[in-house]
Write a protein of this length. Structure first.
Length: 276
């Protein structure tokens, strides 16, 4: 996939979920409570909190919703119902429902996600306390990232133009509603029948468009090291006790210990089909 198409998709999601991390490839599933490592092309899986003996309770998910994004009106979509002919359609049969998508600008993006639900960690204070204990024992890498929030989608369709004037014809499948066809009908129910100058065309179900990560706050760790020295095991077989004031801080003000980290702008563009 061309770099311009990838950046157009990333910018589109950034307009909606600023600071969140882009899941890539589009089929990648990300779960709340995952542990990840920063890579020059994103964040790669590094296990989970559960594998490290840390409980990661999830809070209730928000009400389902939809996203339809067309890069500021630079994309035109025309629908045709099943059983009728329509001008401009060349590969969708008259008996089929379809959509004709036309892009006015290079790297314009049409993104449709439906059934979106946001979920996240229910107990940041408990997580902060667990990380404090492990840091004190020296068995937690402070550079590790923890997935704290996830936006999942029931279905989605993504198209990005590689050139001005790009187009795509899609057959609409599945159980469409009785009313007029809408953009949300493209999500997960479209099959590409013809396309021209597209840099990215994808449709699928049960995916993770984006997620948020947190890590131990650098300023907090620096202060702890200045006051107590570098965290390390005690002189005996077990680590020394954690200073109670640090655990109290975790319970009372978790945000002083952990912080959300935005996806860096300098990450390299992955090659087509390459996993970050």
């Amino acid at each position: 996939m061309a770099k311009g198409s990838y950046e157009a998709y990333r910018k589109a999601l950034g307009d909606v979920y600023g600071g969140w991390w882009l899941a890539w490839p589009l089929t990648e599933r990300v779960e709340v409570g995952e542990v990840r490592k920063l890579h020059r092309r994103g964040a790669v899986p590094a296990g989970s909190l559960a594998e490290r003996g840390i409980e990661a309770k999830r809070g209730p998910a928000g009400a389902p919703g939809d996203i339809t994004y067309d890069a500021g009106g630079t994309v035109a979509v025309r629908f045709k119902a099943a059983g009728v002919s329509a001008q401009g359609f060349s590969s969708v049969a008259a008996a089929e429902a379809g959509a004709l998508v036309e892009f006015r600008d290079q790297h314009s993006a049409l993104i449709v996600y439906t059934g979106l639900e946001q979920s996240g960690l229910a107990d940041l204070a408990g997580l902060a306390a667990s990380l404090v204990r492990r840091l004190w024992r020296g068995d937690w890498d402070p550079d590790l990232l923890v997935v704290s929030d996830v936006v999942g989608a029931r279905a989605g369709t993504v198209l990005v133009a590689d050139k001005k004037g790009a187009s795509a014809e899609l057959r609409l499948q599945g159980a469409l509603g009785p009313g007029p066809l809408q953009l949300v009908d493209l999500a997960g129910q479209a099959a590409f029948s013809a396309s021209s100058h597209l840099g990215l065309n994808w449709t699928g179900a049960n995916l993770t468009p984006c997620y948020r990560v947190l890590r131990v706050r650098r300023t907090w760790l620096k202060r702890v090291r200045e006051e107590y020295g570098t965290p390390q095991p005690g002189r005996g077989l077990a680590a020394g006790p954690v200073p109670p004031v640090l655990l109290d801080e975790a319970r009372d003000e978790a945000g002083a210990i952990v912080e959300h980290v935005e996806q860096p702008d300098h990450l390299e563009c992955p090659e087509s089909g390459e996993r970050l």
